[in-house]
Design a protein around this ligand. Structure first.
Ligand code: NAD
Ligand code: TYD
Length: 341
C-alpha cells in the first residue's frame, strides 16, 4: 500500500518521534510534514528524516488556509494526523490567544481541507487534560472516554474546544475522524520547558530545580514511542468517530521524578527549589486505557524505570540539541517565568 500521510507539528516533540516511527514502521508511505516552526519546532530534530526520499517538509502555519489547501492539492494526502499545537500550560496562562488560534482555528482549517480534498482518515492528537483533574485522595478514579470534559487552563480549554469541533465535523459532515487523549509523554526531543527535560537540563548545569508548590501533583507518564504506536494503531484500525484514551498506568508525583533525575545524575537534592505554584494547577491525571487495549491490543511497552534512563542518556548524548534551544528565545521565557517566582 502506498499511503501519503500528512503530519502537522512534526518538528515538535511527539510529532517528530511519530515521523521517525512511521518512516521506520511503514517505509512505503510518503510522509508529508507541515510545521510553521514556532519556538517549539526545530529543524535539527528532523535532520535524519530530511535525508529520507519518502519525507517532505513544508514550513507552513496550519491557520494559513490558502497555504494548507495548496499542500493538499500538491500532495493529496489520504491520512492526516494533527499534532500541531501550542502545548505548554504555563505559556497559555501567560498569553492564551495564540492557543485559541492554533489549537482551535488551526484544527478547523485542517478539517476543512480534509473535507474539500477528501480524506481517508483525520486523526486529532488530544490530551487527557481535557478531563480536568482527579483528587489525590481517590486513587480508585481514572479518566475514561466517558469522563465529562472539564478544563482548567487556557491550554486544556483550547484542546477540548478542538475535540468538540472534530466530533461536530464527524457528525455534521461525516468527516472520518478519530481522537486520542494521551497522558504526559517523555522521551527524546522534549522541549526543555516541560518538567522532565527542564529538570534534566538544569541538573546538568547545576541550576536550581523549580518545583511548583510541594511537588505533590501526580501525572501519568508514558514513553513517547508508546504513544506513537497507539496513534499508528488508531489510524489503521481505530473506529471512525471514536475517542481513545492512551496512558501508561504510571502515576508519579513531580517531586519523586525530580529526585529520581537527581539520583541518576548524581546531583544533590539541595538543587530542588520550591517555587510559587502554577495558577489553577491540576492535581492528578490518570488514564484508564481499557478501550484501546480491548479494541486494538495496545499496551505500553516501556517501563518508566527504563524510559527515564533512556531519556536522561539521550539528553547527555545530545547536549548540542538542547543547549542551542537554551541559548535562544528560551532565555527570555525562563527569566519571565521563573525570575520572580
Ligand atoms: P510541541 O510544543 O513540542 O510541538 C508542537 C509543534 O507544533 C512544534 O513543532 C510547532 O512548531 C508546531 N506548531 C505550533 N503551532 C503551529 C501552527 N500554527 N502551524 C504549524 N505548526 C505549528 O508539542 P508536543 O508536546 O509534541 O505535543 C504535540 C501534540 O500532542 C499537541 O497537540 C499536544 O496537545 C498533544 N499532547 C501532548 C502531550 C505531552 O505530554 N507533550 C500529551 C498529550 C497530548
Ligand atoms: P508540564 O511538563 O508542564 O506538563 P503538564 O502541566 O501539561 O502536565 O508539567 C508537569 C508537572 O510538573 C505539572 O504538575 C507542573 C510541574 N512543573 C514543575 O513543578 N516545575 C516546572 O518547572 C514545570 C515546567 C512543571
Amino acid at each position: 500500500m502506498n499511503k501519503t500521510l500528512l503530519i502537522t507539528g512534526g518538528a515538535g516533540f511527539i510529532g517528530s518521534n511519530f515521523v521517525y516511527h512511521m518512516l521506520r514502521e511503514h517505509p512505503d508511505y510518503k510522509i508529508v510534514c507541515v510545521d510553521c516552526l514556532t519556538y517549539a519546532g526545530n529543524m535539527s530534530t528532523l535532520a535524519g528524516a530530511m535525508q529520507n526520499d519518502h519525507f517532505v517538509f513544508y514550513k507552513t502555519n496550519i491557520c494559513d488556509r490558502a497555504g494548507i489547501y495548496r499542500i493538499f492539492e500538491t500532495e493529496k494526502p489520504d491520512t492526516v494526523v494533527n499534532f500541531a499545537a501550542e502545548s505548554h500550560v504555563d505559556r497559555s496562562i501567560e498569553s492564551p490567544e495564540i492557543f485559541l488560534q492554533t489549537n482551535i482555528l488551526g484544527t478547523q482549517v485542517m478539517m476543512d481541507a480534509c473535507r474539500k480534498y477528501g480524506i481517508g482518515r483525520y486523526h486529532q492528537v488530544s490530551t487527557d487534560e481535557v478531563y480536568g483533574d482527579l483528587p489525590l485522595d481517590r486513587p480508585d478514579l481514572f479518566f475514561t472516554e466517558e469522563t465529562p470534559i472539564h478544563t482548567s487552563s487556557p491550554y486544556s480549554a483550547s484542546k477540548a474546544s478542538a475535540d468538540l469541533l472534530v466530533q461536530a465535523y464527524h457528525r455534521t459532515f461525516g468527516l472520518p475522524a478519530t481522537i486520542s487523549r494521551c497522558s504526559n509523554n517523555y522521551g527524546p526531543y522534549h522541549f526543555p520547558e516541560k518538567l522532565i527535560p527542564l529538570m534534566i537540563a538544569n541538573c546538568l548545569q547545576d541550576k536550581p530545580l523549580p518545583v511548583y508548590g510541594e511537588g505533590l501533583n501526580v501525572r501519568d507518564w508514558l514513553y513517547v514511542e508508546d504513544h506513537c504506536r497507539a496513534i499508528d494503531l488508531i489510524i489503521h484500525r481505530g473506529r471512525v468517530g471514536e475517542v481513545y484514551n492512551v496512558g501508561g498506568h504510571n502515576e508519579m508525583k513531580n517531586i519523586d521524578i525530580v529526585k529520581l533525575i537527581c539520583d541518576y545524575l548524581g546531583k544533590p537534592y539541595s538543587l530542588i527549589t520550591h517555587v510559587a505554584d502554577r495558577k489553577g494547577h491540576d492535581m492528578r491525571y490518570a488514564i484508564d486505557p481499557t478501550k484501546i487495549h480491548r479494541e486494538l491490543g495496545w499496551l505500553p511497552e516501556t517501563k518508566f524505570a527504563d524510559g527515564i534512563k533512556k531519556t536522561i542518556d539521550w539528553y547527555l548524548e545530545n547536549r548540542d540539541w538542547w543547549q542551542t534551544i537554551l541559548s535562544g528565545e528560551y532565555r527570555n521565557y525562563y527569566e519571565r517565568m521563573y525570575g520572580n517566582r
